[in-house]
Structures are given as C-alpha cells and as structure tokens.
Write a protein that binds this ligand. Structure first.
Ligand SMILES: *Cc1c(COP(=O)(O)O)cnc(C)c1O
Length: 354
C-alpha cells in the first residue's frame, strides 16, 4: 500500500511542555484514507493538519456511525519513540467497526499506517516527564445520502496531539459518583465498541456529577442497575479483602487495554484477580465493613487513577483514607515504567517505530 505524503509548507512552532494539557494542540499532519464497497480502502495519504469538507448528508452527521481509538507514543530517555500495544488498539477498532457496520482494516496495513504516521510526526513527541504524543485514529460512515443502511463509504483518519502529564501535582485520588439514573450501555448494544455514540449518551450524567464536584461517574449495568460496569472513560478495579476484582466483559463494558495490562501485571506478580460480576450491594458492604482496600480506574489517558471517594444515592464513602493504595501505585509504576522504557518489558508490549 502506498501512502502519499504531502508535507506542510508552514510547520507550527512546537509548544512548551507546560502548555500541553489534553487534546488541545495538534501536530502538523493528519492521515486520511477513504473506503468504498467497490474499491475497498483507497487514497491513503498524509496531508497538512486542518479542517476538511464533509457532505451535509454524510452518514456520521445524522446516524452517528463513528468509532475511535486512543493510544500513545512515548519518548524514551535515549530519545527513541515507542508505542504501547498498538496491535490491541487495531484489533479493538476492527471489533468496534464490526458492531457499527463500518469496514475492517487489515491489521498489517493498519500497523504500517500507524507507524508511518507516527514517524512523520515523531518530532512532536514531547520529552518532559509524563508527557506523550496521543494518537487518535477514528473512522466514520461517509455515505452522501439520508437513506438508513449499512455503510458503503467510509473514511479513516488519524490525528495526533502532544499531551501533558496527567499528574502534574502528583497522583491525586479522584471522587467518583455512582450513577443511579442514566445508563451508558446494555448487553447487545454498543457498550463494548469504542464509539462516539456511547459518549453522547454519557454526557448528561457526567455533567451532573461535575456540578456536584465529582470528576466522573461510575456506571451500573443498564438492565438491573445492580452491577458495577466502568467509569466514564476508564475501566474500574477494586481490591476487596486481598482480592482484585474487576467487572467481567459482559458486552456492555469497553475492553480496555490498560485493564488487560493491569490484569496481566497483577497475575504475573501472584495477585488473585477475578473478572466477575460485582454488585453495588457487595461493594457497599465492603465499603461499610472496611474490606474495600483500594479502588482505581484504568485507561490510556491516566494509566491508573486512584479513587479516594465514592458516592451512591447521596451516601459518601472514603476509600483507603483518600490516599493512593499500594497495588494502585505498583500498577502505575510498572505500566508507566514499561511505556517510557524505564523498566524491562518482559511482556513484549512495546512497539518501537523501526
Ligand atoms: C477507551 C475507554 C476505556 C479505556 O481503554 P484503554 O484501552 O485502557 O485506554 C475505558 N472505557 C471507555 C468507555 C473507553 O472509551
């Protein structure tokens, strides 16, 4: 496959690492590739970053056919740039695509695209501690008709954004509100797909939580509102009486790559990890009798995010005195150590650019 590269005539000045934040600054180029049922994927190209035209009847604008991924490129101390488990993102994107009737991308081709694009934007990978180059591949249905049907035309793109350290002032535990009204996903729906629509459905609860001083919501299952699912854009784990418990992937939960990595790290260190149903009653009991030892969210953006406070129907529970726990800290150190190339990657997760 040929990727045509058109370099920008006016490269931007790279920001200072103190100005980065999350997803506000974009690199000089973006990747675009189009799809039609007749031609398959065609016109793979890297072009200067910027707005582009879209047909007013494009499927994505009316029926929400959109999926995305999120992963990072990290600059090592020796200056080289590496990605973390990118093949997992490619596989998950194809699973999401299958659910939304969007086209598949051959794994090898997707890998070549990702590497070529990151190499093109490599200089944008910041080097200050905790910073990285966030990669956002996404795909949308692009038929230019209002008829409702499976997608015949689509577009795949990648944009990249240098992002700051998630924990500039140290790892501060977050406050999470357990949502008892809205639901995010149901089994048989799109919960396991990384699609924009899931976020559109989540925003109202997120907004309400924010107004009450909580940083994110913890979702319960969509049918009984009884079982713990996940937090906003993170999976969730609890240490209860020595056992690490995380909700099983029942179809309404996003299968996080950080979640998977945490489980693999913990098991390799001899921890007992259970992927199972965890009811709000069991969690409440564990909070009440003190057997809930730690709670944390896990996702690409924050890696792990300790939960210091949980609220449910107005009742407030403090977890581990509002401090980061031992296992949470260990996971953070191990995963970030591997990602930035500071500790040996015995799992084979690191993907260098060349
Ligand atoms: C992306 C995402 C996660 C975390 O997945 P990672 O692969 O670990 O970044 C968790 N939940 C939702 C809803 C997500 O969109």
């Amino acid at each position: 496959m040929e990727i045509k590269i058109t370099k920008t005539a006016c490269p931007k000045v790279k920001p200072d690492s103190s100005e980065l934040g999350f997803g506000k600054i974009f690199t000089d180029h973006m990747f675009i590739m189009d799809y039609s049922r007749e031609k398959g994927w065609y016109d793979a190209r890297i072009v200067p970053f910027g707005p582009f035209e879209i047909h007013p009847a494009s499927t994505v604008l009316h029926y929400g056919s959109e999926i995305f991924e999120g992963l990072k490129a990290y600059r090592r101390e020796d200056g080289r740039v590496q990605m973390f488990r990118p093949i997992e993102n490619i596989r998950r994107m194809n699973n999401s695509a299958e659910r939304l009737c969007l086209p598949q991308i051959d794994e090898e081709m997707a890998m070549e695209i990702l590497k070529t694009f990151v190499k093109c934007e490599e200089d944008w990978t910041p080097s200050a501690p905790g910073t990285s180059l966030y990669l956002r591949p996404f795909m949308y249905g692009n038929d230019e008709t209002l008829g409702v049907h499976a997608v015949h035309n689509a577009r795949f793109m990648i944009i990249a954004s240098p992002v700051g350290s998630y924990y500039k002032e140290g790892i501060n535990p977050v406050k999470i509100m357990i949502e008892d009204q809205d639901v995010r996903a149901v089994r048989g729906g799109t919960g396991y797909a990384k699609c924009g629509g899931n976020y559109a459905a989540s925003n109202r609860a997120g907004e309400r939580a924010e107004q009450k001083g909580y940083s994110q919501v913890l979702w319960l299952d969509g049918v009984e509102r009884k079982y713990i699912e996940e937090v906003g854009a993170m999976n969730v784990m609890f240490k209860i009486n020595g056992e690490v418990v995380t909700p099983a992937l029942t179809g309404s939960i996003l299968p996080g790559i950080t979640r998977k990595s945490c489980i693999e790290v913990l098991k390799s260190e001899g921890y007992k990890v259970s992927e199972r149903l965890l009811s709000i009653d069991e969690l409440e009991a564990a909070m009440a009798d003190g057997t809930l030892e730690e709670a944390w969210g896990c996702g690409t953006a924050a890696v792990v995010s300790p939960i210091g406070e949980l609220s449910y129907k107005g009742e407030i529970f403090t977890v581990n005195e509002g401090k980061i726990g031992e296992v949470t800290q260990k996971l953070y150190d191990t995963l970030t150590g591997i990602q930035w190339g500071k500790i040996e990657d015995k799992f084979g997760w690191i993907c260098p650019l060349d």
